[in-house]
Write a protein that binds this ligand. Structure first.
Ligand code: SF4
Ligand code: SF4
Length: 428
């Protein structure tokens, strides 16, 4: 058996407050220069929402997005020779700049000296741009609109209640440093590569010829073209810091301390098989089977034989990423149906459990109401399943039950009660 090591990350979405500290510190470190003003190697999306770049989850190859005809640029018959030629030369399966948002700078002089006004503190995108990053954050301006529009104002009580009931959370995203990276596969120049020592996916600028096939080929849209240099750029998992034993900038500066970085070991010979699984309900299990148990003596022996240093094997044994995926079974991959085997996984959010106490009468932290609470929460399990399990609600429901159980356990501990008596054994 061959064994490779991979840097990976798990993010606990319950702890993200959408402060964008990670985005800003990443930008300062990596994209604070000309040609990549629009690029956020780390971005934080409002969910439900359109994401960044806008509607990246609706792409033609995966679900139906950036196509020759979508923007009405070229209306060519599907499969026609002209369309094939146009695809080859103009690479039209790309987001436009307005899908990322228009970068702006502040007029600092007026920002400081301007008199107080009644302007809303949110920037409203103007035509032709009707959206910008985190535009969904204030529910697209709905509550404010309700105050200013006479018709909406008359309906404002119902609208206010509807907005109060809305479910939302933040989804921080970086490059997934996939085990089966389609950006690497799609580059005609061979300029993108996956490092064998730690699995980090990088661009060789000297070899990049500006084809942008990687932008098209990445389903997560995490490669960006620097339009001044004509070179592709992407998240590097802060490899110069990793090589010095330091965490990534986003993880170190995260206000919520929600990013867990670790080493995982995997079998490269199982990657293609896992990526080829047709049944979407089997996808996560198949992708998990690529990852190896670092405590298994046969894996340790194979890892050392494959040239993985002893201290990396130890790091894999202590990896919070492995624990959160396998021991606690809390972490799920983002869009496993893309089949690139992403290596940034997520613990889905449980936050509205607190509101559920008020809204439903269930106490979401009380183990006696454990299962009833999960089912009664306003959490749209189907929506979370569309993000993390290719639509299968069962694994999401199971993770949420575990999270509720953990809350109940901690509360019993803090109150000096015996958790064994209140938490069902099937969850413990
Ligand atoms: Fe490549 Fe995209 Fe995967 Fe990153 S997320 S490794 S850019 S395919
Ligand atoms: Fe979320 Fe942490 Fe980024 Fe703030 S710094 S937006 S808490 S991931």
């Amino acid at each position: 058996m061959r064994v490779l090591a991979q840097m990976a990350m798990v993010m606990n979405l319950d702890k993200c407050i959408g402060c964008h500290t990670c985005s800003v510190t990443c930008k300062q470190a990596w994209t604070n220069r000309g040609g990549v003003e629009y690029a956020w190697f780390n971005n934080v999306e409002t969910r439900p929402g359109q994401g960044y770049p806008r509607t990246y989850e609706d792409q033609d190859r995966w679900r139906g997005g950036w196509t020759l005809t979508r923007r009405g640029r070229l209306k060519l018959r599907s499969g026609s020779r002209l369309r094939k030629l146009a695809t080859l030369f103009f690479n039209p399966h790309l987001p436009a700049l307005s899908d990322y948002y228009e970068p702006w700078t502040y007029d600092y002089q007026n920002l400081i000296t301007a008199p107080a006004g009644d302007d809303l503190p949110t920037a409203k995108p103007t035509a032709p741009i009707t959206w910008s990053a985190n535009w969904d954050d204030s529910l697209a301006g709905g509550p404010e609109l309700a105050q200013h529009d006479p018709i909406l104002k008359a309906m404002s009580e119902r609208i206010r209640l509807e907005f109060e009931q809305a479910f939302m959370f933040y989804l921080p995203r970086i490059c997934e440093h996939c085990l089966n990276p389609s950006c690497v596969a799609s580059c005609p120049s061979g300029a993108i590569y996956k490092r064998t020592e730690d699995g980090i996916v990088l661009v060789d600028s000297d070899t990049c010829r500006s084809w942008r096939s990687c932008v098209t080929g990445c389903p997560y849209k995490k490669v960006f073209l620097n339009h001044q240099t004509g070179k592709a750029e992407k998240c590097t998992f802060c490899f110069p810091r990793i090589e010095l034993g330091m965490p990534t900038v986003c993880a170190q500066t995260c206000v919520g301390r929600l990013r867990y970085i670790g080493v995982v070991l995997y079998d490269p010979d199982r990657v293609l098989e896992a990526a080829s699984v047709r049944d979407e309900h089997s996808l996560i299990d198949a992708q998990k089977q690529v990852l190896l148990d670092p405590h298994d003596p046969s894996v340790i022996e194979a890892a050392l034989r494959s040239g993985i240093p002893q201290d990396w094997v130890v790091a894999a044994q202590r990896s919070p990423v492995y624990s959160l995926i396998f021991d606690y079974q809390l972490a799920l991959p983002l869009h496993p149906e893309y089949r690139t085997l992403p290596m940034v996984w997520y613990i889905p959010p449980l936050s509205p459990v607190v509101d559920a106490v008020r809204d439903t009468g269930f106490d979401g932290e009380d183990a006696a109401n454990l299962f009833a609470a999960v089912e009664a929460l306003r959490i749209p399990i189907g929506y979370l399943a569309s993000l993390f399990t290719a639509g299968d609600p069962a694994p999401v429901r199971e993770v949420l039950r575990r999270l509720v159980a953990m809350r109940a356990f901690m509360r019993d501990i803090n109150l000096g009660r015996d958790p064994d008596e209140s938490i069902p054994a099937s969850v413990g």
